[in-house]
Design a protein around this ligand. Structure first.
Ligand code: ZN
Length: 1091
């Protein structure tokens, strides 16, 4: 179709939809929080262990210890916010190596232009090819390929008409928790610890612990014997070049025709009769950089010219079926690894992909739901690491939700003495600590310091040197657990008060006129019954307060003794103060009548407002001051509509300028307009004041500046452009309900400790850092992720591996101070091949996207893109050079674990932040930039490579989720219907030739032409197809952290442009390369590096 044809659709996705059917409080499902410990430990934790107690009843607050030995740490650092004793800067951190100067890591490499790729005269053709499960080959060659068209990012074509940049551009929203957070039954620990040593400290990395994505499938026999020349490759036709096959790979003699994938046979240029069969040697137990397969291939078996005149099959383009497919990789992993639980008892295991459903059994290492790494086998030396250029990073989600089948971390109470820690590096007791001298001392696994075991913690060792109570103590046998913190871990050495929520509502003209204020106030009346609470608590401990504002602020006294709420106006916004303390923050149930009365009155009070100007920074300031006055942490919920142009601190001007795109000044579009918000954020963090921001802009509001405080305080930003109640209320209310109910850790500090040899050097996410090690989080919710990069500061060794310990100190929703500990042991290697076969591409992409999205703050976007391409090429060239056997330069050889790196990287490169289309607004880009910053691996995966699900291909009675197809227009059949989702957007695409019966069943209209384009709600019809599709939409929404608004798109309709933006394997309107072209370009870059 003609991509240039479309005028911008006049409606957003904008048909009026059936009225919102009413909100049912029942669907809030007052779930207990995920951080709540199970009521009891289960039999195996009930041993007579001195000093060990059962989890206290939820909600019960611990009395401050009145006496007792202070923990070792307290002697060294005073209490106080920035210097929680366990995070003290004065502490020696990782043993002797801590003398190394801590430096902020400058990034994987300096920004600089990528080497200019020469024009490749050879066209490219893919050599589809079956067996080796450990490397992917794409044999390039031959005529017809438009390599030049694939070259690096072309300048975006501006001026193209495209879908409207309106409320659907980046719909966002939440939903009612994907996992009901019911109490999971405690793990059967007896069964869960079958005598294995969770620590596996001395087990050398070996093949048995190596898990490739294909490990669940039939293992390939190791390639030791000579192959049989003359034998054709007889595997089943596969669609993947490296599709795992149970057929032993066999060499092909020259001239043998490969059994290709379905589709046109691959063409091979006659002059290149001979690409060596490649093996990278990663099969089975074989180790080493590149096992020498030279001899097994004595005759240099090649596959080359085809029978028949090759000239008769002039290759036109690389066959998309023959290049690595994300769908195939995802399906293979589901099939191979989805059926068995992932048991964390082995060091350095690569977990199943994030797209695979699997259960986790914690047997000594943290679940991949909490920590995922770019590689589970890291080079022993920095030299090797630098050679490979593979970033060493962990994506950590400390408070991640767990499915109901998995137990929340146990809470350990060591009483007044507090958690046991290493005296030197302050690491917490964990399964990797080594007890010695009959149990009287222990050696720290992080810094090797020998520590005394306190008398109350003493226990005998068994014949293996393991404490006999190891399985009775979570901190000695599990990867993740919590400690109750003592008063020494509290601000000002005082146990915290329960947190408070303050709702701060813009009541300017726009907010009133759109119906937002009325909708919100009505919603809050019921929503306040569902504030987060712990365990079986009858009601939430969280207090609430209310503020409304335009260019002045209105505080409300809602004290329970009042007959009516009282309003106090503060017009001196330059010097914000809180006009009342008593009666501002109240308990919901005590003050319910007054609160309800207030929420009824607010829309009426401002119904006739003519005030269009708003302030913003003073609102946050007021909320923060109120929390400070109440001496508690908390969360502000801001509902804001416009650029704050009223005279006040933090006043902004409209500085949107699309002409800056692709200039050196483009970075200013992502930077804050003023430093005032950074300063304000810092004050908020010191108070434990987290800010969630709901934006309802009709035009530019400077998201880059307004999101500074939410970003630095761990809050979320939601944006509903051109908000209209009838179109957007479901999305907004779902997001709001979810955000209000989310379990949050307040006033938190996170510290990542590592064993000697590596250290955390860089951090990405929604937080604040005032030094190089402590990640300060005013609030951290269940969806927020922190990505941490590691660098070598010494040599690691293969025997001891490398350890990570993430400690999060936080205040729970009930006001309990706790420490959550996650431990993870990784393997270390001296051979590059071991690194390459234990990588996780999805995690790499998460890191690389965050790195790039931060880079745009300081560097031209083109530089950032080039840096990504160069790094990716270096990673793959290093593999080619060191891990693959010599072969023709015409072959592109990818490591099995990274075969999707090019396709995914291309998606990052052509994302709206790095290569915006003409329809993407500056605010959209800033919004997406900050969203991605705290995404987990599953979120970045689907965000960059959307899921495209065919709805009418599988039998209607088949209710399981249909297998996805690749995100490309050529995968769409005009006789079918598809759903596409990326975690933020949800499209239903209808082919023009869909059967009339299907149209009737789904849309209740007689033909395709009667379907309303842009529809956002499907009619509720009583037939199997309608039920199935609506059920699938519900299920997709339940899997995501924000509500995805549905947009129905008809083939050949104007809105289809918007939809096609998400078909990421295709060339994009903004100039982004197609997957095929990008792969060719990447190959060119690699060849250049190798030559
Ligand atoms: Zn230590």
């Amino acid at each position: 179709m003609n991509i240039n044809q479309s005028a911008p659709p006049t409606l957003p996705y904008g048909q009026p939809q059936p009225a919102y059917p009413g909100y049912h409080p029942a669907s809030y499902g007052g779930q207990p929080g995920s951080t709540v410990p199970p009521a009891s430990y289960g039999p195996s934790y009930n041993g007579p262990v001195p000093g060990y107690q059962q989890t206290p009843p939820p909600g019960m607050s611990r009395a401050p210890p009145s006496s007792g030995v202070p923990p070792a740490s307290t002697a060294q650092t005073p209490g106080g916010h920035a210097t929680y004793s366990h995070f003290g800067q004065g502490d020696v951190q990782n043993g002797p190596s801590s003398t190394v100067q801590m430096q902020r890591h400058p990034g994987p490499q300096p920004f600089g232009p990528a080497p200019l790729a020469p024009v490749v005269s050879q066209p490219t053709v893919l050599q589809p090819y079956g067996p080796p499960p450990t490397s992917t080959q794409v044999t390039t060659q031959l005529a017809g390929m438009q390599i030049s068209g694939a070259a690096a990012p072309a300048p975006p074509q501006t001026g193209l008409d495209y879908g409207p940049p309106t409320s659907g551009s980046f719909p966002n929203s939440g939903l009612y928790g994907s996992y009901p957070q019911g109490q999971a039954p405690p793990l059967n620990l007896a069964q869960g610890h079958p005598g294995t040593q969770p620590s596996q400290r001395s087990a050398p990395p070996q093949a048995s612990s190596f898990t490739s994505p294909a490990s669940g499938g039939p293992r390939m026999p190791s390639m030791t014997g000579p192959l049989l020349p003359g034998q054709g490759f007889g595997g089943p036709p596969v669609s993947q070049p490296n599709h795992v096959s149970s057929t032993p790979p066999q060499a092909l003699p020259p001239g043998t025709q490969m059994t290709g994938p379905p589709g046109p046979p691959p063409s091979v240029h006659p002059s290149q009769a001979g690409y060596q069969l490649q093996q990278n040697g990663s099969f089975g137990p074989v180790r080493g950089p590149q096992p020498n397969y030279g001899s097994p291939y004595p005759g240099a078996p090649t596959f080359g010219s085809q029978p028949g005149p090759p000239q008769s099959l002039p290759p036109k383009r690389l066959d998309p079926d023959a290049i690595p497919s994300p769908i195939q990789v995802i399906e293979d992993d589901r099939n191979n690894r989805g059926s068995e639980p992932f048991v964390t008892d082995v060091r350095g295991q690569v977990p199943p992909l994030v797209t695979t459903n699997f259960l986790v059994k914690d047997q000594g290492n943290a679940s991949p739901r909490y920590i995922r790494c770019t590689s589970y086998n890291i080079p022993c030396t920095s030299d090797v690491a630098k050679q490979a250029q593979v970033p060493l990073a962990a994506v950590i989600k400390p408070l991640a939700r767990l499915p109901p089948e998995e137990a929340s971390p146990y809470v350990v109470d060591h009483g007044e003495s507090g958690p046991l820690r290493c005296n030197r590096c302050k690491a917490y007791m964990c399964p990797f600590m080594q007890f010695i001298e009959g149990g009287r001392r222990f050696q720290c696994c992080f810094c090797s310091c020998i520590n005394d075991v306190p008398p109350q913690y003493f226990q005998h060792l068994d014949h293996t040197g393991r404490r006999v109570d190891a399985y009775d103590r979570p901190e000695l046998s599990l990867g993740s657990y919590e400690f109750l913190a003592t008063v020494d871990y509290c601000k000002n050495n005082k146990f915290p008060s329960p947190p408070a929520f303050i709702f701060m509502i813009d009541v300017s003209y726009n907010a009133i006129r759109s119906g937002l204020v009325r909708l919100l106030c009505e919603e809050l009346k019921s929503l306040l019954d569902f504030l987060p609470r712990e365990g079986g608590a009858e009601e939430s401990a969280i207090r609430v307060g209310f503020v409304t504002y335009n260019k002045v602020l209105h505080f409300y006294n809602v004290k329970s003794s009042l007959a009516q709420p009282q309003m106090m106006v503060v017009s001196d916004v330059a010097d914000m103060f809180v006009p009342l303390l008593d009666g501002f923050l109240v308990n919901v149930s005590e003050s319910r009548t007054v609160i309800t009365s207030l929420l009824d009155q607010i829309p009426e009070m401002f119904a006739d407002t003519r005030e269009t100007e708003t302030v913003f920074a003073p609102v946050i300031q007021a909320g923060m001051e109120a929390l400070k006055a109440a001496e508690c942490a908390g969360k502000l919920f801001l509902f804001h509509t416009s650029l704050p142009i009223a005279e006040a601190p933090g006043k902004l001007k409209n500085r949107d300028d699309r002409k800056l795109i692709n200039t050196d000044k483009e970075k200013t579009l992502f930077q804050a307009q003023t430093g005032a918000y950074q300063t304000l954020a810092k004050e908020c963090v010191a108070q434990g004041c987290c800010v969630a921001l709901f934006l309802f802009p009709n035009q530019y509001v400077d998201v880059a500046t307004l999101s500074v405080v939410p970003q630095l305080t761990g809050g979320s930003v939601y944006k509903y452009a051109c908000f209209q109640v009838e179109n957007d209320q479901e999305r907004f209310l779902s997001d709001l309900c979810r955000d209000v109910q989310k379990v949050v850790g307040f006033d938190a500090v996170m510290r990542v400790r590592t064993s000697t040899g590596i250290r955390a050097v860089d951090f990405f996410g929604a937080f604040y850092m005032s030094n190089t090690t402590d990640v300060e989080l005013a609030g951290l919710d269940v969806d927020k992720t922190v990505t941490v990069e590691f660098k070598h500061d010494d040599r690691l060794n293969e025997e001891s591996g490398a350890l990570l310990q993430c400690a999060l100190l936080y205040t729970s929703c009930a006001g309990q101070r706790r420490l959550r500990i996650h431990n993870l042991a990784l393997n270390c290697c001296t051979q590059l091949a071991d690194l390459y076969r234990n990588c996780e591409t999805d995690t790499l992409i998460n890191y690389m996207a965050k790195f790039a999205y931060r880079g745009v703050l300081n560097s031209p976007v083109k530089t950032v893109r080039d840096t990504l391409i160069t790094q990716c090429a270096q990673i793959l060239a290093c593999y080619r050079k060191n891990c693959a056997s010599p072969s023709s330069a015409g072959q592109l050889i990818l490591p099995e674990c990274m075969k999707l790196l090019p396709v995914y990287l291309n998606c990052v490169l052509k994302s709206d932040v790095l290569q915006p289309g003409a329809e993407v607004t500056t605010d959209d880009r800033a919004y997406v930039r900050q969203l991605v910053t705290s995404m987990d691996v599953a979120e970045t995966n689907v965000f960059f490579y959307p899921r495209l699900l065919p709805l009418t291909k599988s039998p209607i009675e088949n209710t399981t989720e249909p297998p996805a197809v690749r995100a490309s227009e050529e995968r769409l059949s005009n006789g079918d219907i598809y759903l596409l989702e990326n975690g933020l957007n949800l499209f239903l695409w209808v082919g023009a030739s869909v059967q009339q019966g299907v149209v009737q069943s789904l849309f209740n209209v007689s033909s395709f032409s009667h379907i309303t384009s842009g529809l956002s709600v499907l009619p509720v019809l009583d037939n199997p197809l309608s039920k199935k599709v609506r059920g699938l939409i519900d299920s997709l929404r339940a899997q995501r952290s924000r509500y995805m608004k549905l947009i129905v798109v008809k083939q050949e309709d104007k809105l289809e442009m918007l939809f096609k933006h998400f078909l990421v394997e295709d060339k994009s309107l903004s100039g982004g390369a197609s997957y095929v072209d990008f792969l060719c370009h990447m190959h060119k870059e690699i060849r250049q590096l190798l030559s």
